[in-house]
Design a protein around this ligand. Structure first.
Ligand code: HEC
Length: 170
């Protein structure tokens, strides 16, 4: 009797799992001009560009590479949510056509997130070894965000405050 009930429950779960695969997940991106990519237009050094692409682009650009489990619900729902949220905050595919103030803010935030270890998201680096950053890579990447921020006319004092803040924490 008990076993039959268990079997029924398992079958119900299986049916549910199969059914949710039919709920559409929007992986499409709007038309965008790949030649306006931020790293390209800012002439990022190849090593930095490669590092940002492999650590950030899946969530912060229109050139997302979906892993196989990105097609399996319900994982695909959470993954897609992260991608859409990530792009809302920062999208390297469209950043170069954004207002300067927005670009400066993005560079400031990116500098901070990378130095403090907030980005790339931890769950993501568990599954993506190539997205993991060493301390040296973090510093190099943060330095490039800082350089870009300053070259676009950002106030370096704003970034320095974060540096001081960091020292207090350690
Ligand atoms: C797995 C997806 C994912 C990856 C990979 C990722 N991010 Fe994010 N990022 C997000 C999400 C989701 C948010 C918005 C929610 C949050 O702040 O946690 C975000 C927010 C941000 C913000 C805005 C923070 C703020 O407070 O405004 C910056 C800047 C950022 N990410 C930079 C980066 C950089 C730089 C990398 C690569 C080193 C990176 N992210 C990698 C998903 C990701």
């Amino acid at each position: 009797m008990k076993r039959r009930r268990l079997k029924k429950i398992l079958l119900a779960f299986l049916a549910l799992f199969v059914l949710i695969q039919f709920i559409p997940v929007n992986r499409s991106v709007p038309d965008f001009d790949a030649t306006h990519d931020f790293l390209t237009s800012m002439h990022a050094p190849p090593a930095i560009a490669k590092s940002i692409q492999s650590s950030c682009y899946d969530c912060h650009s229109y050139t997302t590479r979906y892993p196989w489990y990105g097609y399996v619900a319900p994982v695909s729902w959470f993954l897609n949510k992260h991608i859409h949220e990530g792009r809302e905050h920062l999208n390297f595919s469209t950043l170069s056509s954004q207002k300067k103030k927005r670009v400066l803010h993005a560079m400031e935030e990116a500098h901070e997130e990378v130095l403090e270890g907030g980005m790339p998201l931890r769950g993501y680096t568990l599954m993506h070894k190539d997205a993991r950053l060493s301390q040296a890579e973090r510093e190099e990447m943060a330095e490039w965000f800082e350089k870009t921020y300053i070259s676009l006319g950002g106030d370096p004092n704003e970034l320095e405050e974060e540096g001081e803040h960091e020292e207090h924490e350690h």
